[in-house]
Design a binder for this molecule. Structure first.
Ligand SMILES: N[C@@H](CCC(=O)N[C@@H](CS)C(=O)NCC(=O)O)C(=O)O
Length: 208
C-alpha cells in the first residue's frame, strides 16, 4: 500500500499526540488534518462522524482503510509500516505493554489529565479524592516501569501511550508535587520529553 496515511486530530489532544508519536518514532510520512473537536465555532466537519461515530479524535485513513481508537491506530501503524518495531513479541512483554496501555486509558487519562490538569485549569480545583486517585495511578505506573522504558531497554507503544498524559500532568499546578515521590517516573518522563518525537509534537501549552 503506497498511500500516505491521513491522521485527523488536534495539536492539544492527548490521543492525537499518541498517534503522532507512533508516526514520528517510525518515520511515517503522513498528512495531518486538524479536527478541533472542542471548538464551538468550527465544529468537526459533518463527514467526520463517518470516520468516528463517537465524535472523538484521532481517526486515521489509509487508502480505503479507516480506523478509530488510538490503540488500534498505533498498533496498525506499527505493524503496517517499516521503522523500529514498537511492539514486543515475547508473550509477557506483550501482555505488559497491553496492561500499561490499559492503565493509561482507564486510569491515567481520566485521573491525571481531567482529574488534575483540567480540574485545576478550568474547574473549581482539585478535590482531595482526585489527588488520592492520581497518587494511586502514579504509584501503579511507577511500579510497572522497567527503566529506562516501560518494557526495559526498548521503547514500545506503552511509552507512547503514557507520555502525553504525564506531560500534561507535569504542566498542572500540582503536577510536580504529585510526581515528586517518583524519581524513576520523573527520569523516564524527562528522557521521553527529550526524544525527537515528543519535541516535534509538543502541545501548544508546552510552547507558551
Ligand atoms: N478511546 C478513544 C479516546 C479518544 C479521546 O478521548 N479523545 C479526546 C481528545 S484527547 C476527545 O476526542 N475528546 C472529545 C470529547 O470527549 O468530546 C481513543 O483511544 O482514541
Amino acid at each position: 500500500m503506497t498511500d500516505r496515511p491521513r491522521l485527523y486530530g488536534a495539536d492539544y489532544s492527548v490521543y492525537t499526540r499518541i498517534a503522532r508519536l507512533a508516526c514520528a518514532e517510525k518515520g511515517i510520512a503522513h498528512d495531518f488534518e486538524t479536527v478541533d473537536i472542542f471548538a464551538k465555532e468550527t465544529p468537526a466537519p459533518a463527514d467526520y462522524a463517518v470516520l468516528h461515530p463517537f465524535g472523538k479524535i484521532p481517526a486515521l485513513r489509509h487508502g480505503d482503510f479507516t480506523l478509530y481508537e488510538t490503540q488500534a491506530i498505533v498498533r496498525y501503524l506499527d505493524a503496517a509500516f517499516p521503522g523500529p518495531r514498537l511492539t514486543p513479541e515475547e508473550p509477557r512483554a506483550l501482555a505488559r505493554m497491553a496492561q500499561v496501555m490499559g492503565v493509561a486509558d482507564s486510569y491515567a487519562y481520566p485521573r491525571l489529565v481531567w482529574g488534575i490538569l483540567v480540574a485545576e485549569r478550568e474547574g473549581p480545583g482539585v478535590a482531595h479524592e482526585a489527588l488520592v486517585a492520581a497518587r494511586t495511578c502514579l504509584a501503579a505506573l511507577d511500579g510497572l516501569l522497567e527503566s529506562p522504558f516501560f518494557l526495559g531497554n526498548r521503547p514500545s507503544l506503552a511509552d507512547l501511550q503514557v507520555a502525553p498524559m504525564l506531560v500534561y500532568l507535569a504542566l498542572a499546578p500540582s503536577g510536580p508535587a504529585l510526581l515528586q515521590p517518583y524519581p524513576r517516573l520523573r527520569a523516564w518522563l524527562a528522557a521521553m520529553q527529550a526524544r525527537r518525537s515528543l519535541r516535534a509534537t509538543r502541545y501548544p501549552a508546552e510552547i507558551g
